[in-house]
Design a protein around this ligand. Structure first.
Ligand code: FPP
Length: 260
């Protein structure tokens, strides 16, 4: 694989993949648990929600870096099914933030050929947000750039239960023989259907947990945990995560290392 060109015709200059990374061995799909927004804000004497606002900037910059460096898909955990338990003000702030980000960024996502999808129980979100999501999904569906998946009202266990229900319904309707159900049939009923599994999971702010994120899809992902709070996650932290990934031997349960 050759290095992508250093500059494009778009207004924002493209970032060049750092030379210490091997382009041919970059992960195709990176997943991120963007943790530490609240602590980032509190450590600066700011309200927690300011951390979420700063987190959006970190996400935009990570998306652009991944796209520029040749990574094919980025999946971010924006709001879990458990996050409804947070104080009402914080939940409302986050929903409004998602709406504003979509309104403000859609044009540049379209221009940069990003294909955006929202994964999760979207019908549980405010109606206006659902409309913006439907519009953004439709307007970027034909784009051939990076796949940007935003997990919103997403829970890994709920996703698996939903997949089981859908398969059971098809079996009850006589469309599917239960004995024919295999890993491909389950994967096809997940929100991520059609997307390759993540190769690398990055979690910021030091916790060593999966927190109900992509339980099925992360089966063989390499995991990189950094102490950096999400709003401080920039090119250096991404490079460290990718170098860590490139230092691993992936064996997928066998004995021989398998090259990406
Ligand atoms: C976790 O930090 C972060 C979140 C629950 C929200 C993340 C959302 C964004 C960055 C916005 C993304 C927006 C769009 C539209 C894609 P935390 O609050 O759990 O931090 P803490 O552990 O320090 O309390």
């Amino acid at each position: 694989m050759s290095r992508p060109p250093a500059a494009s015709t778009d207004a924002a200059p493209r970032s060049v993949c750092p030379p210490e990374l091997e382009i041919a061995r970059l992960p195709s799909h990176v997943a991120v648990i963007m943790d530490g927004n609240g602590r980032w804000a509190e450590s600066r004497g700011l309200p927690r929600v300011m951390g979420h606002r700063a987190g959006v900037e970190a996400l935009k910059s990570t998306l652009r870096l991944c796209s520029d460096w040749g990574i094919k898909a980025l999946t971010a955990y924006a709001f879990s099914t458990e996050n409804w338990a947070r104080p009402g003000d914080e939940v409302n702030f986050l929903m409004t933030l998602f709406e504003r980000v979509l309104q403000k960024e859609l044009r540049s996502l379209e221009q940069e050929q990003v294909r955006i999808r929202f994964l999760g129980d979207l019908e549980g979100l405010p109606e206006k947000l659902q409309e913006l999501i439907a519009d953004a999904t439709e307007r970027t569906a034909g784009n051939d750039g990076i796949h940007f998946n935003v997990c919103t009202n997403y829970g890994g266990r709920r996703e698996l239960v939903r997949a089981a229900q859908r398969l059971a319904q098809r079996a009850a309707d006589g469309e599917l023989d239960p004995l024919q159900i295999d890993e491909n049939s389950v994967a096809a009923e997940l929100f991520t259907a059609g997307e390759q599994d993540p190769d690398l999971l990055i979690r910021t702010s030091g916790e060593h947990r999966i927190s109900n994120f992509l339980l099925w899809q992360l089966a063989y992902a390499e995991i990189h945990v950094t102490d950096v709070f999400w709003p401080d996650f920039g090119p250096e932290a991404l490079t460290r995560a990718l170098l860590d990934y490139q230092s691993r031997q992936r064996r997928f349960g066998g004995l021989d290392p398998i090259s990406p």
